[in-house]
Design a protein around this ligand. Structure first.
Ligand SMILES: [Zn+2]
Length: 219
């Protein structure tokens, strides 16, 4: 089997996401660029339960020069969200892993006229600002373009209205952290607003925390 290590990493990540209840059923999808070839991406398959899945079931896609993405290996066809994962990988050479979930609290926070998600605790500061993408049909090139543009040159996470969220990172650990902490940010926000105790971190504290994180000094 080709790209075995990358396929194993993708499989372990999606199963971890299911265990953490970030993903229900066959929703959500995870992708990772291979170290062997930056134009080859391993991605979870479409519509197949993740429990009991094997590395060879993870699809392999090649990002071609003409802008299309070609399924080249794997027992099942790749996720319908290939355009979204590949659009971000193509635009961001610093991104090697991408995670898309319909996790509950992030989805709740993506609703309303002016959704805004800001850090409540220090570890969440790494992932702000959290962008917001208006609703567009899943699997379309349109949603792929909007997610790519909203993340821009350095964004780590964006919410997608009436759909879920999309996270990225330099490796799978970083992309999964972005997903976990954004869902935590959303959950604490929703509960605190429900209780009437919502009080996000002060902006200056968020900036100071981000400087520590950038200098790798965060505790
Ligand atoms: Zn989705």
């Amino acid at each position: 089997m080709n790209y075995e290590q990358t396929r194993r990493t993708v499989l372990e990540a999606i199963q971890e996401a299911v265990e953490m209840k970030l993903i229900n059923g066959t929703s959500g999808n995870i992708a990772m660029r291979t170290p062997e070839n930056p134009n080859i991406v391993c991605i979870t398959p479409s519509g197949i339960p993740y429990t009991g899945m094997k590395p060879e079931d993870i699809a392999v896609v090649e990002m071609l020069d003409d802008g299309t993405n070609k399924w080249i290996e794997g027992n099942y066809k790749p996720s319908s969200e290939v355009p979204m994962h590949c659009a971000v990988m193509r635009a961001r050479k610093d991104v090697n892993a991408t995670v898309h979930t319909h996790s509950m609290y992030a989805t709740i926070c993506a609703m309303g006229e002016n959704p805004q998600l800001v850090p409540i605790t220090p570890p969440q500061c790494e992932f702000t600002p959290v962008g917001i993408v208006s609703f567009t049909m899943p699997g379309s090139n349109d949603v792929a373009d909007k997610v790519r543009d909203t993340l821009g040159e350095s964004g780590r996470v964006c919410l997608i209205k009436n759909h879920g969220m999309f996270s990225c990172g330099k490796n799978m650990k970083a992309a999964m952290h972005a997903t976990v902490y954004t869902e935590e940010m959303a959950q604490t926000t929703v509960i605190a607003k429900t209780l009437g105790t919502y009080e996000p971190m002060p902006e200056e504290a968020v900036k100071a925390m981000q400087a520590l994180i950038a200098a790798d000094q965060a505790v």
